[in-house]
Design a protein around this ligand. Structure first.
Ligand SMILES: Nc1ncnc2c1ncn2[C@@H]1O[C@H](COP(=O)(O)OP(=O)(O)O)[C@@H](O)[C@H]1O
Ligand code: SF4
Ligand SMILES: [Mg+2]
Length: 341
């Protein structure tokens, strides 16, 4: 069976001009990223703020076109305009802040029926039946159908957004930091709901998060991004068990819930370089504790080492070391404890 999603060497460049006479500046938000996701599986995209996660999400949902690369969804060429209509239904997106994406003037029932009005010829009665059935699946009662988004808690609003995303029976759900704005106790409930729905519907997830404790809980595979590039990619258990890229090691080290250190900020090893001025050699060279002249001169290719892909000249060296965290960098937001199942 071929994967549900196959992305190859996706590139997205933003061009901006600071003045009428200035040369346009190029920002490679996504610099050639490849991955695939099978039905029923979860790929987590992790990395600090600004590394290109949301841009990658917009490419996969066809909101934006890549400047280069190929994308296949459900066996079809997703970049062929002839397929766009059907594929837009195949992929749905859930955001961090559902309040911003739920129309405050519509009831939950209307919000859930809307995708059916736009995309199907179902009659009102049938639409209502489907909306109520989906509400039940995400843990909302029939009495909620007549209420407005502001009458719900953050966790319930995220349930509404998930229900709406599932109304057209997508095969891939992209969740961009879906629980980052929620309290820890509520996070666990929403994550469990996502796990249940994945089993019920055989959904594939692309789960975007800067929080490795959350990723640990539900990912099968992990792709670690830094400055628009994948630096480590493979099975979660291998990567979390023994991270081979110094950046992954540092990310894990700054996640207390995964055995990392309590004061990551004290261990800060510099800032992420500007995406407008990416280092010529290894993208992590300016912060890496193991940097050498070779690292500064030559960009390491993403290559297979220890059952996953790693972009580090010295990845083999870390394979032989005992599993331990070696350095730390500031996390994008304060790390949270791991949600209990
Ligand atoms: N529409 C845009 N125009 C110009 N630059 C953008 C745009 N969207 C994102 N960027 C830049 O691309 C980089 C990646 O952003 P983003 O994908 O939002 O990262 P993340 O989701 O990991 O925080 C950042 O440097 C950001 O400033
Ligand atoms: S290639 Fe060099 S700078 Fe880059 S991660 Fe590996 S050791 Fe660090
Ligand atoms: Mg983002």
């Amino acid at each position: 069976m071929s994967p549900l999603v196959t992305a190859k060497d996706l590139v997205r460049v933003y061009r901006s001009k600071s003045g009428p006479l200035s040369k346009p500046q190029e920002l490679r938000a996504v610099g050639g990223v490849s991955f695939s996701i099978d039905a029923g599986r979860t790929l987590a995209i992790v990395g600090e703020s600004g590394c290109g996660k949301s841009t990658l999400a917009r490419l996969i949902t066809l909101i934006e076109k890549p400047d280069a690369g190929t994308l296949s969804l459900d066996g079809a060429d997703a970049l062929d305009p002839a397929n766009a209509g059907t594929l837009r239904r195949t992929v749905q997106l859930v955001f961090q802040n559902p309040y911003g994406s739920l129309n405050p003037r519509k009831t939950v029932g209307q919000i859930l029926e809307e995708p059916l009005i736009i995309n199907t010829s179902l009659r009102k009665a049938e639409r209502q039946v489907q909306a109520l059935a989906m509400m039940q699946r995400v843990g909302l009662g029939p009495e909620h159908a007549r209420r407005y988004p502001h009458m719900f808690s953050g966790g319930q609003r995220q349930r509404i957004a998930i229900a709406r995303a599932l109304m057209l029976q997508p095969k891939l759900l992209i969740a961009d930091e879906p629980v980052s704005a929620l309290d820890v106790s509520v996070q666990a409930q929403v994550l469990n709901l996502l796990l249940d729905l994945q089993q019920q519907f055989g959904l594939a997830y692309m789960f975007i998060s800067h929080d490795l404790a959350v990723v640990q809980y539900l990912a099968h595979d992990v792709l670690v991004m830094y400055l628009g590039l994948a630096v480590e990619h493979g099975p979660k258990d291998l990567i979390f068990g023994k991270p081979l890229h110094p950046y992954t090691q540092a990310l894990l080290a700054s996640t207390p819930a995964l055995g990392g250190m309590r004061h990551p900020h004290k261990m800060a090893k510099g800032e992420v370089p500007s995406p407008l001025d990416v280092p010529k050699g290894c993208v992590f060279a300016t912060r890496c504790p193991h940097v050498t002249d070779l690292c500064r001169a030559e960009r390491p290719p993403l290559r297979p080492v220890g059952g996953r892909l790693v972009a580090c000249h010295y990845a083999e060296r870390f394979l032989d070391e005992p599993a331990q965290v070696v350095s730390s960098i500031p996390a994008a937001q304060s790390p949270r404890p791991q949600p209990s199942p």
